[in-house]
Design a protein around this ligand. Structure first.
Ligand SMILES: Nc1ncnc2c1ncn2[C@@H]1O[C@H](COP(=O)(O)OP(=O)(O)OP(=O)(O)O)[C@@H](O)[C@H]1O
Length: 321
């Protein structure tokens, strides 16, 4: 049964967040985490806003682990409705009464009631869980409006269909950690002013060199000396602006993990290493049309970046280090 199907019948799957063993804490990460935790402890919800691959979701999960409450997660999208967040009525509940006293008579009475099922927001508000609402600006503002009274008055107003319970009082431990990417151009709605006014927004930029290096080393298991040329190459590529899709932290992690798996040394002499870099870095640009030499120029630029940061014979293979 999928998570959505389970929710349809009123079972919300929660996660017990645990600190990740490979979570990297540099001074800059600690400083952002401390700031955000201060707001959360004061009863506010926070919003990490920044481009793709800047560590927003990872930090949100880390903070959820520090809050020590069960967690539910939602990812915003265009199809999101208030009922997807809050809950809905589903199926029929049948009741049958059979008259067993007079054997010759079978009296059957049937009633059918629609049943209400809480969805993730309602469960989190009721139980005081942490809600991570990833990419919340992909949802239409009308769907998110239900959060206004949750965050301001501490009341979750339930739809009229749920006649037994018009609203619930939000548990004092309930918090939301939002993330959004303002650079996405497709299917994103500006965060409504009213919602933005109720949450603390912290802007996240691309990781500094120290952080990118530490994350790429932690996620690949390679020593920092092996990771440094890759991180420097990706960072220089990022600065050129010569791509259609920004090479993020994930680009550094991918190349380093491939090096670790294939036991490759970061040198232009290694054909397999060069091919992996060309695949991963080259994929950041859209293919040019026939006769378009943009692609050829870009490949030349990438090769010279590789040569500059990973020159011949600068390293032995990973296995020999
Ligand atoms: N402090 C950290 N420690 C370890 N790994 C990290 C850390 N921050 C980010 N990462 C890693 O960097 C990558 C990008 O991070 P993450 O997915 O959190 O970014 P994001 O900003 O949420 O991206 P997107 O907007 O594309 O979802 C992931 O592989 C993540 O595991």
């Amino acid at each position: 049964m999928s998570m959505d199907q389970a929710e349809e019948i009123g079972v919300v799957t929660t996660i017990e967040p645990r600190p990740r063993a490979d979570f990297v804490r540099t001074q800059s990460v600690e400083a952002t985490a401390r700031r955000a935790l201060g707001y959360l402890n004061a009863g506010f919800s926070v919003h990490f806003r920044g481009p793709a691959g800047t560590g927003k979701t990872t930090l949100a999960l880390h903070l959820a682990a520090l809050l020590g409450r069960p967690m539910v997660m939602i990812t915003g999208d265009e199809e999101m409705l208030t009922s997807t967040l809050v809950g809905t009525q589903h199926g029929y509940h049948f009741r049958r009464v059979v008259d067993r006293f007079i054997h010759t008579v079978t009296k059957t009475e049937e009633t059918a009631d629609k049943r209400w099922a809480d969805h993730r927001l309602t469960t989190a508000c009721r139980e005081g869980y942490t809600l991570i609402y990833d990419e919340f600006t992909r949802s239409r503002p009308e769907a998110n409006n239900v959060l206004l009274s949750v965050l301001e008055e501490g009341l979750l107003v339930l739809p009229a269909q749920n006649q037994n319970e018009p609203y619930i009082k939000v548990h004092p431990n309930f918090r939301v950690i939002f993330t959004s990417n303002p650079q996405e151009y497709a299917g994103v709605h500006d965060a409504q002013d009213a919602l933005g006014d109720r949450i603390v927004t912290i802007d996240m930029g691309h990781a500094d060199r120290e952080l990118e290096l530490a994350i790429a080393a932690a996620r690949s298991g390679l020593p920092p000396t092996q990771v440094a040329p890759i991180v420097d190459m990706v960072r220089e590529f990022r600065e050129t602006g010569e791509y259609d899709q920004t090479p993020t932290l994930r680009t550094s992690i991918m190349i380093c993990r491939m090096m670790s798996q294939e036991r490759l040394a970061p040198t232009i002499e290694d054909q397999q290493f060069v091919q992996i870099c060309m695949d991963i870095l080259g994929g950041k640009s859209l293919p040019g049309g026939k006769g378009d030499n943009k692609r050829a120029q870009q490949q030349k630029m990438l090769l010279s970046l590789i040569e500059h940061h990973c020159p011949a014979r600068s390293f032995t293979s990973v296995g020999e280090v």
